[in-house]
Write a protein that binds this ligand. Structure first.
Ligand SMILES: Cc1cc2nc3c(=O)[nH]c(=O)nc-3n(C[C@H](O)[C@H](O)[C@H](O)COP(=O)(O)OP(=O)(O)OC[C@H]3O[C@@H](n4cnc5c(N)ncnc54)[C@H](O)[C@@H]3O)c2cc1C
Length: 313
């Protein structure tokens, strides 16, 4: 069915590819080596009428225990990293902004924290706020990742993406299409675009100051218990209308430490749901429902999960 340079495996357990460390097998799991491979995979999936799921770092998804039917495409090999100087007009990448700022072009599969460190430690500021955040550049773009009062969409010049027929298009930044945890990729082309690479407008900075700032952010995450147990970061989105962060509502409802099977509300952070080691994806999903239900019952606020359920639920 597939003739590619990269890899295709049958029945690959998805718990290996998600930060929740839960979830059953993908029928087919492919790691394309390049755009040509990706195009072949998408064409084969179309011919065979198989669903396709595009995987970044698996840090914002909850895969069903019964797994994912169809094809999962792991983007990890789309990991290019290229700095274009302010005077470089050759490839037409970003100079159209006329800002004179350095442009960083990065592949969607590069871990976003690596991109932050590589650029920051070489004196390019702009993505440093993302240091320490799990996931890939593609996943961060799809989710419009945000932290420390900054959003990835603020730095984008353009994004290249492939549609399911293999056609690549360049999408230029239009602020109106981006919002809190929202990117155009969630809806455009029926949510079926695969992000390949993106260009970011960077600001020259002092490498040692950028590195210090990044280490502080990572230490801050560590102190909040982000890396203590398998999780997917914030379980629920925040909403200004609630008048308080979702974590505060959950805590006020006395739900810290609440447990279902092997899943629990982290005792150290009410908006993080953790896998204590043996959680089924179903335990995590039931706990998400239980927490949202209890908060709605006592406050009237309906929290929206940030974690995306994926696969055969
Ligand atoms: C400890 C921890 C801390 C976190 N802190 C934060 C935080 O501070 N701020 C924040 O915003 N999030 C945070 N998160 C959540 C998560 O890391 C981000 O949402 C991240 O951007 C998801 O990226 P990913 O590559 O893991 O995406 P995945 O979980 O693999 O996928 C998420 C979605 O993006 C789509 N996708 C991924 N790559 C592509 C691509 N190349 N093309 C098209 N679609 C694609 C997937 O299909 C899926 O729909 C945290 C998670 C953890 C575990």
């Amino acid at each position: 069915m597939f003739n590619i340079k990269g890899m295709v495996i049958a029945s690959e357990p998805m718990w290996r590819h998600t930060t929740f460390a839960a979830g059953g097998p993908a029928d087919l799991f492919a790691v394309p080596a390049d755009g040509k491979d990706l195009r072949s995979l998408l064409a084969a999936a179309r011919r065979e009428e198989k669903d396709v799921f595009i995987l970044g770092g698996g840090s914002n998804i909850l895969v069903a225990d019964s797994g994912i039917r169809g094809l999962v495409v792991d983007t990890r090999l789309f990991n290019e990293y290229r700095v274009e100087s302010a005077g470089d007009k050759g490839s037409g990448t970003g100079r159209e902004t006329g800002s004179g700022k350095p442009v960083l072009v990065i592949g969607a599969g590069l871990p976003v924290s690596d991109a932050a460190w590589m650029s920051g430690s070489s004196g390019l500021g702009g993505l440093d706020f993302l240091f320490g955040m799990p996931g890939t550049v593609g996943g961060a773009l799809w989710m419009n990742a945000r932290c420390y009062d900054e959003e990835i969409s603020e730095k984008i010049l353009w994004i290249e993406a492939m549609d399911r027929s293999g056609r690549i298009s360049r999408i230029t930044m239009n602020k109106k299409e981006w919002g809190y945890k929202h990117s155009p990729f969630q809806t455009r082309n029926g949510g079926e675009l695969t992000i390949l690479r993106a260009a970011f407008s960077m600001s020259p900075g002092e490498p040692s100051a950028l590195k210090t700032g990044m280490r502080e952010k990572r230490d801050n995450r560590e102190s909040k218990g982000h890396y203590k147990a398998p999780c997917a970061g914030s379980a629920f989105k925040n909403n200004r209308a609630f008048g308080a962060p979702s974590g505060v509502l959950i805590e006020k409802c006395g739900l810290k430490g609440l447990r279902i099977g092997g899943a629990s509300v982290a005792p150290w952070h009410a908006n993080i749901i953790i896998n204590e080691g043996s959680a089924k994806a179903a335990d995590i999903r039931r706990l998400l429902d239980e927490v949202a239900g209890k908060v709605a019952e006592s406050t009237g606020f309906h929290m929206e999960p940030e974690v995306l359920p994926v696969g055969d639920w």
